[in-house]
Structure formats: C-alpha cells, structure tokens
Design a protein around this ligand. Structure first.
Ligand SMILES: NC(=O)c1ccc[n+]([C@@H]2O[C@H](COP(=O)([O-])OP(=O)(O)OC[C@H]3O[C@@H](n4cnc5c(N)ncnc54)[C@H](O)[C@@H]3O)[C@@H](O)[C@H]2O)c1
Length: 322
C-alpha cells in the first residue's frame, strides 16, 4: 500500500493531482502539503494536509516519518516567468527544494516524481520534433534549474538507487486552480477572458507555437510513469510528453468555433516572448510511448470544448445574484 506526500499541492497541478491520487489510493494515504495554508480549499477537507516548506529538510523529514511516506510527488517550484523576476529565490526553491526532497527520499527509501518542463530546452535545441535526448542549453533560471534537476534525479537513482521518475511537461491548461506564473499561462487566461468578456489581449505573438496538454492528461502522465514497470524504463526522469501544439492565433480560431464574436489582440511581453522563443515548437514523445505506454486523450478541439463548458459553469455560478 502506497503512502504519498505531495509538495506544492495547492498549485495548478497539485489541485488536480491530489484528488486523483486520493481517488486511486485512498484519501488517508495521500498527504497534501504546501507553504500556503488555505483551510477553505477542498484539499483540506478531503484528506490530510501538512505545512511543508521544501527548502527545510527537517520539515520534510518529520512529515515523511510521521506519515510513513514511501512516495513523494514533488511539485513545489517557481515557474518560468516568476523565476526570471526572482532568479535567486528560484534557485533556492527549485534546486534547494529538490536536493532536500531527494536527500529525505534517500534516507527513507521513498520514490520521487519530479516534473521537468519544456523550459529545460534552450535556443540551441532542435525546435521541431525535439528529441528525448538532445542539446539542453537553456538561457533562463527556470531552465537552468530544470536541467540541473533532471541530472540530479538521474544521479540519485544511479548513485543511491532512489526510484526517481519524471516527465517534461509542456504548458498545462486547466480550469480548477489558476496557473502559477509560467510562459504558457496565456492558454489558460484566454479561456477565462473569453467567457467573461468575449475578448483577450495576448502577451505572446500570434504565431508562437508551443506544446500544450490538458490537465487530465498531465495527471495521467504523473501517475502512469510512477506505476510503470521499472524493467522497461531506459530513461527515468524527464520523459518528453505532449498532447498538442498550437499558436495563440490557432487557439483563438478554435474558441471562435464556440463563440463566433470572440476577439484577440496582441500586446507582446518581451520577457515572456523571449522565453517562449527559446523553447521547442513540438516535442517527440516516442520514448514515453515506447517505455511506459504514454498516449494523451485530449486534442485541441476536445480540450477547448471542455474548458469552455467547465468555465461557463464555474464563472456564471460565481456571479453575484442581482
Ligand atoms: N503548470 C505548468 O504549465 C507546468 C509546465 C511544466 C512544468 N511544470 C512543473 O510542475 C510543477 C508544479 O507546477 P504548478 O503549475 O502546479 O506550479 P504552481 O506555481 O501553480 O504551484 C506551485 C506550488 O508550490 C508552492 N511552493 C512554493 N514554494 C514552496 C516551498 N518552498 N515549499 C513548498 N511549497 C512551495 C506554492 O505555494 C504553490 O502552491 C513545477 O515543478 C513546475 O515547474 C508546470
């Protein structure tokens, strides 16, 4: 029986991964944790919740031992745009946090899932069908911490036998918790603004192509890579995974199929555009497909229809009664 700790659980991914893990392994078996405390959040009502700052080894150790944890989903991190604003803090949280999680995992024989990102690639990486194993020379602090994190996880597996696994997520689209300050956040914001105001001002240029994935596929990837037969894994950490690629222009056209009056304008943010331009246009995820059977369920049209339906319910039910 698994006993799971999720760090950074109140973020965009944790808000949906924790309920999925609780449904699969039992509510009491999944301890959610974060440095934010939001007692009204559903994660507090549906199972154990702990305050854990992942830069503090003692806090991680205490919770891992008290709950007899054997698997850690380590989600706490600063995302790309925030990390560019605060590179020193990003290093402390992304690298310091991961190092401490791996050390506690080594001492307590825990398995560890760590998400890397398309941000682990850089301007020298082949942009189309970016291979699993290729040039990784990112020029952002986020990217530096993601590449170093991938290597550190591989090292802990090889040197100490820690069962480390992970995927390189593309931009994640979801409607439960807001995104945490990444370069692909536009692909979530656009839906909120479409439903609220019927128009959107995009911070990336119309032809910026990036890999994306709908949250149910992101949750599925995390659980499936952790459940994969280790004998089949040639890679361990940082499997390329993707579900779709599109530009802001193409996403707007898809939204217009449901909302014909929807308009999009562009006010390019040079920092986030610079980050996006250094990332691949499309990933080759054949290693994940071959080694643990990865296949996404959601395409651009299916994701768009589902996002709009869910956000209409969420935002309209939140409107004050006149
Ligand atoms: N969301 C995406 O599009 C995306 C894409 C690629 C990779 N990822 C990776 O997935 C992971 C989770 O991303 P997310 O989108 O859920 O992030 P998020 O920003 O939404 O959430 C991160 C959570 O970590 C918490 N946190 C910050 N510092 C902490 C600390 N010191 N100790 C404990 N918790 C702390 C925050 O309070 C927040 O709840 C990250 O490693 C991120 O790099 C995300």
């Amino acid at each position: 029986m698994q006993r799971i700790l999720v760090t950074g659980a109140l973020g965009q991914i944790g808000s949906e991964l924790v309920p999925a893990l609780r449904a699969r392994y039992g509510a009491e078996a999944v301890v959610a944790s974060d440095i934010r405390m939001m007692p009204k959040n559903d994660l507090f009502a549906t199972g154990p919740f702990e305050f854990v700052d992942c830069t503090k080894a003692k806090q991680i150790q205490e919770v891992v031992r008290r709950h007899d944890i054997d698997t850690i989903y380590h989600l706490a991190a600063l995302l790309s745009a925030v990390a560019e604003e605060k590179p020193q803090v990003a290093w402390d949280i992304n690298m310091g946090g991961l190092y401490r999680i791996l050390e506690v995992a080594r001492q307590n024989r825990c398995a560890v899932f760590t998400p890397s990102s398309i941000g682990a690639f850089g301007p020298g990486t082949p942009r189309d069908r970016t291979p699993q194993d290729t040039i990784q020379r990112p020029n952002t602090m986020y990217g530096v911490t993601k590449v170093a994190g991938e290597l550190l996880c591989d090292y802990y597996h090889k040197r100490f036998g820690v069962d480390t696994r992970g995927v390189r997520y593309p931009g994640i689209i979801s409607h439960t918790a807001p995104p945490g300050g990444g370069t692909t956040d536009y692909a979530v914001d656009i839906f909120y603004e479409a439903v609220r105001h019927g128009r959107y001002i995009c911070f990336l240029g119309p032809e910026t192509s990036l890999d994306m994935m709908y949250m149910p596929d992101a949750v599925k990837a995390a659980i499936e890579v952790m459940e994969a037969d280790p004998a089949r894994l040639e890679h361990r950490n940082a499997f390329n995974v993707t579900a779709m690629q599109f530009t802001p222009e193409e996403l707007a056209a898809e939204i217009r199929k449901h909302m014909p009056g929807f308009t999009i304008d562009y006010r390019v943010d040079p920092v986030r555009q610079g980050i996006a331009d250094s990332w691949p246009d499309s990933l080759d995820d054949s290693a994940a497909r071959e080694e643990w059977g990865w296949t996404p369920d959601y395409t651009l049209p299916v994701m768009t229809a589902d996002m709009l339906e869910n956000l209409k319910k969420k935002l309209h039910s939140a409107e004050p009664v006149a």
